[in-house]
Each structure stands twice: as structure tokens, then as C-alpha cells.
Design a binder for this molecule. Structure first.
Ligand code: ASP
Length: 200
């Protein structure tokens, strides 16, 4: 298995029941049963609607450094702005290594919490050589979506992420990623040369 680094940013996957305080990154990984050999960056502990451009610029820089060092990356955050984070990372992090963004729709204390399965699927994709060169990926509910197509389509469903007009690139079947389609170009592209000095 290749190396993987997990960045935890908060969101429902790290919620403690009705308590506003989020779990630490280590608590999230332990609660989700992540293997002990993953490298953890306890990056932020916030609802995803409060992530700022500066947070995402820092995240992109750290993810770029991580993949340049030969590791796959998994970003764990709230689902409300998950598609925006994934699309931005796709623009800012050009690499053949898998970068996977995931989260959860149900809190860890609810029956049928989806966080553990989503994290396990994300780790499987991030460490699978067959999932390289696909750009940044969104993995939830055992589906693998290209960041540039992924959308949150429902407020509460665990199968909320979809790729309207395109469809998922693949699925995760009992822990094993299966890629069905490869995009003609692996990553999203800036429509024009970005202004310098981002975040604006
Ligand atoms: N409100 C949460 C967030 O985006 C929703 C979630 O995690 O699914 O942080």
C-alpha cells in the first residue's frame, strides 16, 4: 500500500452530537477506524461554510507538498462546500497522485453513520495506483466522482454527491476501487491565466 496523508478540516464527520466543539483530527481517525500508519494533518476544526480562501490556499500548498513527497492525500471536511474545495484543489494541485476529498452526511453518533465507510473508501482510492492521473476525486457513498463534475445534490441523503451530465468515474466495491471511465484530460484548467496573489 502506498503512503497516504489525511487532512481533517471539521464538518459533520467530526461532530460530537449536539456539542459545537469538533473532534480532533486524531479522534476522527480513531472513531472512523483508520489504519494507524496514515499521516495526519489536523488542519482545521470548523463547519465547511466557514472555510476561507486563505484556509484553502494553505490547504492547497500543503496538499501539493504532500503529493510531491510521494504520498496520496485525503481531505476530510464538511459536505456543504466539499465540491468547491475539490474543484479548487483540482485547479491548484497538478499531480498524478490521487487526491481524494470526502466527508459524511450523518454525525458519528447517529445510526448508519456514513463517515467510516466514506473514509475507508477514500483511503482505498488514495492508495490505489489505478486511481492515479484522474485529477482530484470526490469519494462518498462508494462512488468516485471527478472534482470538476461533482455536486452535492441533496440536503440529507447519504448518496448526495453526483456528477450531473457526466456520471461517476467509478465505484468502490467492498473496499476495492473500480474505475469505469477516464476523463479525456485529467484535471480542470483555469479558463484564463489566474490573477497573481491568490487568495484575493
Ligand atoms: N454543515 C456541515 C458542513 O459542511 C455539513 C456536513 O459536514 O455535511 O460542515
Amino acid at each position: 500500500m502506498s503512503r497516504v496523508t489525511v487532512f481533517t478540516l471539521g464538518g459533520t464527520i467530526s461532530a460530537r452530537g449536539g456539542d459545537a466543539a469538533r473532534m480532533t483530527g486524531r479522534e476522527v481517525l480513531t472513531a472512523l477506524g483508520a489504519p494507524e500508519d496514515v499521516v495526519l494533518h489536523d488542519f482545521r476544526r470548523v463547519p465547511s461554510s466557514t472555510l476561507t480562501h486563505a484556509d484553502l490556499a494553505d490547504l492547497a500548498a500543503e496538499v501539493r507538498a504532500t503529493v510531491a513527497a510521494g504520498s496520496g492525500a485525503v481531505v476530510v471536511q464538511g459536505t456543504d462546500t466539499l465540491e468547491e474545495t475539490a474543484f479548487l484543489l483540482d485547479l491548484l494541485c497538478t499531480t498524478e497522485r490521487p487526491i481524494v476529498v470526502t466527508g459524511a452526511m450523518r454525525r458519528p453518533d447517529l445510526p448508519g453513520a456514513d463517515g467510516p465507510a466514506n473514509l475507508a473508501a477514500a483511503l482505498a482510492v488514495a492508495t490505489d495506483p489505478a486511481c492515479r492521473n484522474l485529477g482530484v476525486l470526490v469519494v462518498l457513498a462508494d462512488e468516485i466522482h471527478a472534482a470538476r463534475h461533482a455536486r452535492k445534490t441533496h440536503t440529507t441523503s447519504v448518496a448526495t454527491f453526483a456528477s450531473p451530465g457526466a456520471g461517476p468515474l467509478g465505484t468502490v466495491v467492498e473496499g476495492e476501487p473500480r474505475i469505469l471511465l477516464r476523463p479525456a484530460t485529467p484535471t480542470a484548467r483555469w479558463p484564463s491565466t489566474p490573477r497573481s496573489g491568490w487568495p484575493w
